[in-house]
Design a protein. Structure first.
Lengths: 134, 212
């Protein structure tokens, strides 16, 4: 893996709103590279949609590799709130067709650096982001 | 003549061929009780442990395998290869280990080994034939690690049994786990007291049957 330097001011956390269109045409490797690049800039990403299951594991694998190679990097906090619960059969079929056509947009994902994010508390209806005090 | 030799050869092969072992993996976040459960199984059916357990997270930092675990239920018999995996996490900070009384260097080594262990766990996902996902029943089941592991197993069409461990604790809430993963069988156990372990073995037989 190409070495990525940790950038961004240590005492600043930027919230980065990312529409799905920003990653829609990227392949899995490019998506992970983009997300981890932003996290290393001390950015908290609020992504419209979600990654695929295998992309989530790839993200974890790459994160683990980076922990060993970048001083001060402790990993990421990630959480996805999906809107696919409690839907009728018709809605689920419609949702699956839409997912094939335009990707998984019916969700929201938070990804941030573990040095800034203490915890993401989640239940089926909400996510709570707990940040560390500077 | 050729056919006759081939048939004879097949029969000899079948006679001496090792019985196929089902690769049963144990996955979950750190400190959920994967090794405690794998130890319980190995003790029950083999009389020996698979690994050490500790209250310090990431005690298991490499894949541990035990072969020839023969489980019996009634007149049914199944042979397993048990694969205990390091707990999967998205963050590792060596200072968390210092809080448990470790020296800095020891904590740094443990952190490094833990990151490598997580990579190994993920790589082994493809090799599993059935998986037990162990969740600490006193914690929030909606954690992304649980969702990512189960999502990956579903995508690979690997049968999953969810184990809600630590049911002996008053904070344990199996209903929350069932609510979080309604499409999967959930069994409550306590590796500490042995509560629910017989039910767990029944579910393992059902899980393997569902695979066939």
């Amino acid at each position: 893996m190409k070495k990525i330097k940790k950038r961004g001011k240590k005492d600043e956390l930027t919230i980065h709103f990312m529409p799905y269109s920003e990653i829609a045409y990227l392949n899995s490797i490019e998506r992970i590279k983009k997300i981890l690049g932003l996290v290393l800039e001390n950015r908290l990403i609020i992504l419209q949609g979600r990654l695929k299951p295998d992309e989530e594991t790839k993200l974890i694998e790459n994160t683990m590799t980076l922990i060993g190679n970048i001083k001060g990097f402790q990993g990421v906090e990630i959480s996805t709130l999906s809107g696919d619960k409690e839907k009728s059969l018709f809605d689920r079929v419609r949702h699956n067709i839409a997912r094939i056509l335009v990707g998984e947009q019916d969700a929201m994902t938070l990804i941030g650096p573990a040095t800034a994010v203490k915890e993401i508390r989640k239940d089926p209806k909400k996510m709570e982001l707990i940040l560390k005090r500077g | 003549m050729k056919n006759w030799i081939k048939r004879l050869n097949d029969r000899i092969n079948r006679l001496f061929k090792k019985k196929k072992q089902i690769k049963l993996g144990f996955y979950g976040p750190p400190n959920a009780g994967k090794t405690s459960l794998a130890n319980r199984i190995c003790q029950d059916w083999l009389g020996e442990d698979i690994g050490t357990v500790s209250r310090v997270p990431h005690e298991t930092r490499e894949i541990k395998i035990k072969e020839n675990i023969v489980m019996e239920q009634g007149n049914k018999k199944l042979e397993f290869r048990i694969i205990d995996t390091p707990g999967i996490a998205t963050r590792i900070d060596f200072e968390d280990f210092i809080k448990f009384g470790m020296k800095k260097k020891e904590a740094q080594t443990r952190a490094k080994e833990a990151t490598q262990g997580i990579i190994e766990s993920i790589k082994w996902l493809d090799d599993m034939e059935a998986v037990v996902v162990v969740i600490d029943a006193t914690t929030n089941p909606y954690s992304q690690i649980n969702i990512t592991i189960i999502g990956n197993l579903a995508a690979r069409k690997i049968p999953v049994l969810i184990v809600a461990n630590k049911m002996d604790l008053s904070k344990a809430n199996i209903k929350k786990i069932i609510g979080a993963f309604p499409e999967y069988p959930v069994v409550g156990i306590s590796t500490k007291t042995g509560e629910g372990i017989e039910n767990f073995y029944s579910e393992i037989f059902k899980l393997v049957k569902s695979k066939k």
